[in-house]
Design a binder for this molecule. Sequence first.
Ligand code: SER
Length: 318
Amino acid sequence: MNTILIVGATGQIGSELTLELRKRYGNNHVVAGYIKGAEPQGELKESGPCALTDVTDAASLAAAVKQYRVDTIYNMAALLSVVAESKPSLAWKIGIDGLWNVLEVAREHRCAVFTPSSIGSFGPGTPRVETPQDTLQRPLTMYGVTKVTTELLSDYYFHKYGVDTRSVRFPGIISNVTPPGGGTTDYAVDIYYAAVRGRRFACPLRQGTFLDMMYMPDALQAAISLMEADPSGLLHRNAFNVTAMSVAPETICAAIQKEIPAFEMSYEVDPLKQRIADSWPDRLDDSCARAQWGWHPTYDLPAMTTDMLSKLKLKLSH
Ligand code: SER
């Protein structure tokens, strides 16, 4: 086997994905790609090769692919939904000009490519509940515009050039290693940090705002098992609906209170985040992913809450 390159290896998903892939395929077979100012630290830096690979710099991608004989690229570079609203041109530059660079390098060097899409690729006209795999995608955000374009361009490279592109539409990802930055679903991570720190949490989304979420181990499993799947079973490619739970702020709060009864939450609604959340589905139908490559999540809300709280207690006690 050749080598995997993770572009954006120091981000929320990339940092854990890199270590998980190193565990599965061997440290030397997984290159952590990073940009200036976001250098790998600790285990990420020490456990395997690292390479400066800026998605907006095609030459840096090509150099890493050649040097390490890369055959698979996980392209995790992106600006999340809220920050992309304040920097739409940078979001496009990273999300789409960057994707173009990744796909061109992949075409030339015959690499497979995983570039995540998102629940953000849907918009207010999409059915909110049991959102079908194939449905209307007219997002209002720049993040969503880049994700729909990601799906289209990835499919285009598959059909036109035979590049093995695959993707999932991730829901909000809840994790305890690297914090997310600038997303609408970040509250579902922040709430656990507040609970473990013994603080009241001011929730930026209104009560009753349901969104799909997933715990990080399931997100990693989704990406890796899709990339390992037998291509003959894939009727879709870019991108599969995947979900693990549909939750609102009060349901996460109640799950935390089962373990930390003194935990309190209030609401301080952020109008931009609320507008974005209101334009996204409440609950996806992920039956195509289940049928075509065996997707099934392990963590529901109670199991995730128990694990998040115990990991964060350990982390924050140091
Ligand atoms: N977590 C992302 C965001 O909130 C959605 O995919 O922007």
